[in-house]
Design a protein around this ligand. Structure first.
Ligand code: SF4
Length: 207
């Protein structure tokens, strides 16, 4: 207990802490380092015990974001990690490709008090599915509708729906069609990113 207090005292306040809970993924997006480096990529889950050790720093931040290069819902201990972060008084969010969600998991998320659930996209039509191999845009939109339905049923405002949109050079014009695609989905924030790391020349056309 004293150790936790001491750690918090020494650490500067942080706006948020990002934790990569897994480096496994069920997709193979063409621009992703883990796709390009798949032959040498280390696929691992962060253990719950290691996560608990990190939690001594949670008193110094307001937000824990559980995401890195990987699909967070492949870590079977994700729900427990969300609970630890919520119990520490932090807001909690993650980003998903949406392919592993179902009614049971979405209900658990809403009941957990999770604050932000961001869905990844890189296009507004079938080109999204070609770039984000192993995912389907229609499935992502369906999961957002399911989340909104369950939130309404349970009388909850959270988690807020965010979109993590990867803007690629080859699909620049798509961004104009994004507002129409998301209309009626109660999306509260769209974060548009460009590639800040180009893992090989063959993926540079996407930047
Ligand atoms: S879903 Fe994310 S981690 Fe998985 S391949 Fe695509 S960009 Fe990479």
């Amino acid at each position: 207990m004293l150790g936790k207090w001491f750690d918090s005292f020494l650490l500067p306040p942080l706006g948020w802490i990002q934790v990569e809970v897994t480096s496994h993924c069920n997709a193979a997006c063409v621009y992703c380092p883990r796709t390009v480096y798949r032959d040498i990529w280390l696929n691992r889950n962060l253990s719950f015990s290691t996560f608990e050790r990190l939690s001594s720093a949670f008193g110094n931040t307001k937000m824990i974001f559980l995401q890195g290069w990987g699909e967070p819902f492949l870590n079977p201990e994700l729900m427990q990690m969300i609970q630890v972060a919520k119990d520490a008084g932090c807001k909690v969010g993650t980003t998903t490709n949406g392919m592993l969600l179902n009614e049971k998991i979405v209900s658990q998320l809403v009941k957990s008090g999770m604050d932000v659930l961001a869905f990844s996209l890189a296009g507004v039509d079938e080109n999204n599915d070609a770039l984000r191999r192993g995912t389907r845009m229609e499935n992502v939109l369906g999961q957002i509708r399911l989340l909104n339905k369950i939130k309404k049923y349970l009388g909850k405002e959270q988690p807020a729906v965010h979109i993590a949109y990867m803007l690629l050079r080859s699909r620049l014009d798509d961004i104009e069609r994004l507002p129409l695609l998301l209309q009626g989905l109660a999306v509260s924030q769209v974060v548009v990113s460009t590639l800040d790391f180009i893992p090989c020349n063959s993926s540079s056309h996407s930047n």
